[in-house]
Design a binder for this molecule. Sequence first.
Ligand SMILES: CC(C)(COP(=O)(O)OP(=O)(O)OC[C@H]1O[C@@H](n2cnc3c(N)ncnc32)[C@H](O)[C@@H]1OP(=O)(O)O)[C@@H](O)C(=O)NCCC(=O)NCCS
Length: 148
Amino acid sequence: MGATITIRETLAIDEAEWRRLWDAYNAFYETSVAPEITSRTWQRMLDPASTLLGRIALVDGTAAGFSLSVLHHGTWVAGPVCYLEDLFVDPDCRGRGIGRKLMQDLVDRGRALGWSTLYWHTRENNPARRLYDEFVKADDFVRYRMQL
Ligand SMILES: CC(C)(COP(=O)(O)OP(=O)(O)OC[C@H]1O[C@@H](n2cnc3c(N)ncnc32)[C@H](O)[C@@H]1OP(=O)(O)O)[C@@H](O)C(=O)NCCC(=O)NCCS
């Protein structure tokens, strides 16, 4: 029988597993996030009043991936806008449709909850674009980003 993949909100019981995946995600990007920022992100995810949305993928109950998004207002639309900031699947679990399910989860939630738009950025040469192209075609906007 195939493994069961479940996507749900991130809960307090997921902390150790989520941190393991978060560390692997940062290693993938060859970066490190300060421990206090990671802790604050974790706390915000659990806070129902926060606009940070954490979703976790479980394979037969074991954490295998996550998405982290931020909901914000838009000036051109009525409903909330969702920025998908982080998406990651454990390298041992890739190629089994978990990334696709994490994306579809946001699409489904957004449609159910009246979000107007879901958007995300990626590097031009990220192989994940094969997955993204299944959902929507990239537009021709260019990102400007200034460190302050
Ligand atoms: C991107 C990522 C989340 C995809 O997770 P995944 O569970 O392996 O994705 P899926 O199994 O759902 O793949 C769906 C499709 O996308 C394609 N795809 C996704 N990631 C791919 C990759 N790294 N290389 C090649 N193809 C990829 C596959 O063609 C696959 O199609 P198929 O099912 O017809 O084979 C995962 O590769 C990852 O965590 N990468 C490192 C972090 C990253 O790049 N995050 C995105 C930042 S913008």
